[in-house]
Design a protein around this ligand. Structure first.
Ligand code: G4P
Length: 280
């Protein structure tokens, strides 16, 4: 399957990101815990330009817990401050304050030595579309936050959310682009629903998902749909169609419908908490 990306916006996005990064102390990057490699922007390391780096493993409720722990260690070894969050129900979100403090410890210390006290740490949320940036900002900032901005000479044209005395966040997240050139990345992002549905064939996508699931989580599909094991993935989709009553008006099985059913159930975590990648 071939995916068409949107590289047209890339240069503009990159330039505006470079400008924003100059204003901040710490970059808080979100990834989807089911695909911590594919949902990570490839150019951010270069753009980060020595700033502190926090990686938030968002949507950990949907991911395989053992694999998430492996990924946390993997990124910690690469120099990130890493923590897992569920922005939807708020789990792990409060702890991000401490992670920010830890990540900016040296900077706070440097400021203090220079006699600069009480200058808030400035952060910026970044990530590819659909990783949960807006949900995280809402959960993290909550109702208590106040918006600041347009302070002369410092934050011209920028709005900041003051979280408390010590932390401010740029109010609009930076939208990053995924790894355009890698088709397997495209496939995994399609599995989790981060690529427009019109860009791929749902039947083919579901067959590829079934192949992955049978190899990595062999009983999950049979248990969830209460269908028998079949020799082929195509046969498995037919069983799901029968079980779920996906039938066309002529009585024929509606495999596109069962394909959509499977993909939706997977995306919502109904087949279980599963991950699509392991660290190399
Ligand atoms: P973005 O700004 O990065 O583009 O992402 P956004 O916050 O819009 O979130 C994309 C989807 O991911 C939303 O679902 C949101 O609810 C969901 N989401 C965000 N964080 C988490 C999380 O930690 N766990 C889970 N399970 N889901 C999360 P949606 O279906 O588009 O909207 P909604 O119906 O949930 O409101």
């Amino acid at each position: 399957m071939q995916f068409q990306w949107y590289p047209g916006h890339m240069t503009k996005a990159k330039r505006s990101m470079q400008e924003d990064i100059k204003l901040i102390d710490v970059i808080i990057e979100l990834v989807d815990s089911r695909v911590p490699y594919s949902s990570k922007n490839p150019d951010i390391d270069q753009l980060a330009n020595g700033k502190s780096r926090i990686l938030l493993m968002n949507k950990y409720d949907l991911a395989d817990p053992a694999r998430t722990e492996q990924w946390i260690r993997y990124y910690e070894e690469k120099g990130y401050f890493v923590t897992k969050v569920n922005s939807k129900n708020g789990k792990g979100v409060k702890a991000v304050h401490n992670v920010i403090k830890e990540a900016c410890k040296e900077k706070i210390e440097r400021d203090r030595r220079k006699g600069i006290l009480n200058r808030p740490i400035r952060g910026m949320i970044v990530g590819i579309p659909n990783v949960g940036k807006s949900t995280f900002i809402n959960s993290f900032a909550g109702k208590a936050c106040t918006k600041t901005g347009n302070k002369p000479g410092v934050t011209k044209g920028k709005q900041w959310i003051r979280l408390n005395k010590t932390v401010e966040l740029l109010d609009t997240p930076g939208i990053l682009w995924p790894k355009f050139e890698d088709q397997s990345v495209g496939l995994r992002l399609a599995f989790i629903g981060s690529i427009k549905d019109e860009l791929y064939n749902i039947y083919e996508l579901s067959i590829l998902l079934l192949e992955y699931l049978q190899e990595n989580y062999p009983e999950a599909v049979q248990e969830f749909y209460e269908v028998p094991q079949t020799e082929t993935t195509e046969g498995q989709l037919e069983e799901i169609a029968k079980k779920r009553g996906c039938i066309k008006s002529g009585g024929e099985l509606d495999l596109d419908k069962s394909a959509k059913c499977l993909v939706d159930d997977f995306r919502a975590g109904r087949l279980g908490a599963m991950s699509l990648e392991l660290p190399e």
